[in-house]
Design a protein around this ligand. Structure first.
Ligand SMILES: NC(=O)C1=CN([C@@H]2O[C@H](COP(=O)(O)OP(=O)(O)OC[C@H]3O[C@@H](n4cnc5c(N)ncnc54)[C@H](OP(=O)(O)O)[C@@H]3O)[C@@H](O)[C@H]2O)[C@@H](O)CC1
Ligand SMILES: [K+]
Length: 512
């Protein structure tokens, strides 16, 4: 699924009206009806009280349509107009009249704090104050209203986007945003739903298809692409009937130091589980017996040092190398890394301490093999690209870094985002149970294992992140978030593969 900017959505709206020869009023009726149907399916006429807060733009217009339809179907509804300006939109005004005609009374006009209504915790609030047309921070009594609604404990359903949040621009005032329990967003989700600073206001969302012009949506380059099951199915490469272990490559995992040999174990196992034909682990001497006994399928090479890596030598041609997990930052390890990178054309996954070493020895960036996949967590990312002002600034910095060094960067987080040049791929699988030690090591093993099977760097990254997240979802379904460990994620890679082609993904489900 594609993510479009607010500007592109307005353009799509315009094209739709022209091509479908409908009025903007009809499109708003369509959008409002989608919201109403969603509610009706779940509420089934329940006598719960709805408070619908409408702004004076088209988001408010949507709120008026929903209010009218709910009232016509016998629901207990109070509609308020948050009268923050005189510049009411045309479709707001049309629907303002329509609700008056249908109900024989005007909605309540709110002009300040004295008009704030009493709201009980078991009421439902529909937030239609601002949509994607927000052009400044809510202030004054409107900001106070937003805070009042957030404090009410009532369930808040946001239309299109929680009011106060921009679709694709940074947040200026954390205190002036509706904290929605659920958001029903039109046509495509908005970029701010997926970024840590703004995504916290959108705990769950559904996408409602309002029939915007398909041709426009297909041909327009989006801000970002969401990767879910449908996309992952397309990325998957069928295993050949006459393939042999050599066909699926030989992954070299260079990982571990004294006390952190587990990182090498996890990454090697993950590389196998994702389908690498052979895996060799390169570890300090102290890791030899551990690897041989915990991953008997793997071959093991050891450094001359007992506890850390100092010189990386191997006598075969790996098809991919995963490096950095648990290696520490010993001086000898730094120069070993430098030598390894120089003139090496093997596809690389670079993780953890290898990233920290690069951050602290920036000359290493020059020898970074092109098309490497880097897998930083936020701390490691800061080391690579510098501090950022906000999540949008972060994305721009990473795009620049990716372009400059010719590498794929996986920004790990609640929604992991893969960046390659100007393109963003947002992963939809995964869960909070995966925030656990070793989860990153297993992802590096997965991506390295895919690279060695011949997936190119971007595909290995995007597909690997999806499958890894899906394995984490299956693990969490069985064990719960708290008990899920990295080895459980690896243990469920098989299920994640099987799940790719097993059953249909439910439509319009929340993506978290
Ligand atoms: N595009 C589509 O495909 C479809 C879109 N649809 C719907 O339209 C919505 C977008 O509608 P929209 O463009 O009218 O903007 P909206 O968010 O209602 O607000 C604009 C108004 O708010 C005002 N204002 C802004 N910021 C403010 C602030 N901080 N504090 C105070 N005022 C502020 C601003 O005032 P002004 O800047 O003029 O003073 C203006 O009057 C979209 O989210 C979706 O729900 C669907 O109906 C159908 C298909
Ligand atoms: K809204």
């Amino acid at each position: 699924m594609k993510i479009f900017s607010a500007e592109q959505l307005y353009e799509a709206d315009k094209t739709t009206l022209e091509k479908q020869e409908i009025t903007s009023e009809a499109l708003m009726e369509r959008a409002g009806t989608k919201i109403f149907n969603w509610l009706q399916k779940r509420m089934q006429g329940a006598p719960v009280k709805f408070h619908i807060f409408c702004g004076i733009g088209n988001n408010g217009g949507d709120g008026l349509v929903v209010g009218r339809l709910l009232i016509e179907h016998g629901y207990n509804v109070h509609v308020y107009v948050v009268n923050c300006s005189d510049k009411r939109s045309k479709n707001f005004l049309i629907n303002y009249d329509k609700i008056k005609n249908a109900t024989k009374k005007w909605p309540s006009l709110m002009k300040g704090e004295d008009d704030f209504p009493q709201i009980n915790p078991d009421d439902i609030i529909v937030d239609a104050i601002f949509g994607i047309g927000l052009n400044r921070c809510p202030s004054g009594w409107v900001k106070n209203l937003i805070q009042y609604l957030n404090r009410s404990q009532a369930f808040i359903l946001a239309i299109d986007i929680p009011s106060g949040l921009s679709a694709n621009a940074p947040l200026e005032d954390m205190e002036a945003v509706i904290k929605a329990n659920h958001t029903l967003t039109f046509q495509t989700p908005k970029l701010s739903f997926f970024l840590p600073e703004t995504g916290v206001f959108v705990s769950n969302f559904d996408v409602l298809d309002i029939g915007l012009d398909l041709e426009y949506l297909q041909k327009t380059e989006p801000l970002a692409q969401i990767i879910s099951k449908a996309e992952a199915q397309r990325f998957y490469r069928t295993r050949e009937k006459f393939g042999h272990k050599g066909t699926y490559g030989h992954t070299l995992i260079i990982a571990g130091s004294y006390g952190k040999i587990g990182a090498a174990v996890l990454a090697s196992t993950a590389a196998f589980r994702i389908g690498a034909g052979m895996v060799t682990a390169f570890v300090p001497k102290c890791g030899y017996s551990i690897l041989q006994s915990t991953v008997p399928e793997a071959m093991v090479l050891t450094d001359k040092e007992e506890e850390f890596l100092s010189e990386i030598t191997y006598d075969f041609e790996p098809s991919a190398i995963g490096i950095g997990m648990g290696i520490g930052k010993n001086e000898a390890t730094v120069s070993a890394l430098e030598k390894l990178f120089k003139n090496n054309k093997t596809p690389f996954v670079i993780d953890a301490d290898a990233l920290n070493i690069i951050s602290e020895n920036r000359e290493l960036l020059k020898s970074l093999p092109k098309n490497s996949v880097l897998t930083p967590h936020p701390g490691e990312l800061k080391g690579l690209v510098g501090k950022w002002k906000n999540d949008y600034d972060k994305l721009e910095k990473v795009k620049k870094f990716s372009k400059k060094h010719g590498v794929v960067v996986i920004i790990k987080g609640a929604y992991t985002i893969t960046v390659f040049n100007d393109k963003l791929y947002i992963n939809s699988s995964g869960n909070p149970g995966m925030a656990t030690a070793g989860s990153g090591d297993s992802l590096s093993g997965v991506v390295a294992g895919l690279l060695s099977q011949g997936y190119d760097a971007l595909l290995a990254a995007v597909f690997g992140v999806y499958i890894h997240g899906r394995a984490g979802d299956i693990a969490a379904e069985l064990m719960g978030y708290e008990a899920t460990m990295a080895s459980d994620i690896i243990g469920n890679l098989s299920e994640a593969y099987l799940d790719l082609f097993s059953k249909e993904e439910p439509q319009s489900e929340p993506m978290a």
